[in-house]
Unconditional design. Structure first.
Length: 204
């Protein structure tokens, strides 16, 4: 079998309905296609929906949630979170899922000038450590607030500290830490670029 891969950017693209049907057959009920429509809306430079096609038919899809994270220091950074990855049963075992995930990530890098600039010179930022402490339960429809600060910056790494509380009563929900390291294409640690260090250091 041969496959082609592409992003769905045009709202008039007939593949959109096929993707909705695929989602509906996988989730159904309360998590049917109408619930997932919101994933088709967002900044067009990011591939919110990436599909695999064979014989003119959509046989798999990968969703990505894309939004701009606004920081108190006036910085704004794009955030891409991989979501659902679906492949029709008869097309499994042909590496479609792997190529969907890789293709969606590659296209998002190409369309994101900030990330593409570092990728072009062989620099990547990978998560090496994540820690979270859950303090109180959160429930559906709770409005949560996330505060992030720079806990540490070294020659090759930086660590974010996160605090999540419930808006209104300020009840602490969770605390977490994530450490990222700057690496080259071979996975070897490299010095964090000066402009990133300066931007991170400016965050109060």
């Amino acid at each position: 079998m041969s496959y082609s891969y592409r992003a769905i950017d045009d709202e008039s693209d007939p593949a959109r309905q096929t993707v909705r049907d695929l989602i509906g057959s996988a989730f159904g009920g309360a998590l049917g296609p109408s619930y997932w429509d919101w994933k088709f809306h967002g900044d067009a430079r990011h591939p919110l929906v990436f599909v695999a096609e064979s014989g003119g038919e959509v046989v798999g899809c990968r969703h990505s949630l894309v939004f701009d994270l606004r920081l108190e220091a006036g910085l704004e950074v794009p955030v891409l979170i991989g979501g659902d990855l679906l492949v029709r049963p008869e097309h499994r075992g042909h590496h479609v899922a792997r190529r969907l995930a890789a293709g969606a990530l590659d296209l998002s890098i190409q369309r994101n000038p900030e990330v593409a600039a570092y990728a072009a010179v062989g620099l990547w930022f990978v998560v090496t450590h994540v820690e979270v402490d859950y303090r109180s339960p959160a429930r559906y429809n709770d409005l949560l607030r996330i505060e992030t600060e720079i806990a540490d910056i070294t020659r090759t790494t930086f660590t974010f500290a996160h605090v999540v509380d419930r808006h209104g009563d300020e009840r602490l929900i969770a605390e977490g830490w994530a450490t990222l390291v700057c690496v080259d294409e071979g996975g070897r640690p490299r010095r964090v670029p000066d402009e990133i260090v300066q931007s991170l250091a400016s965050i109060p």
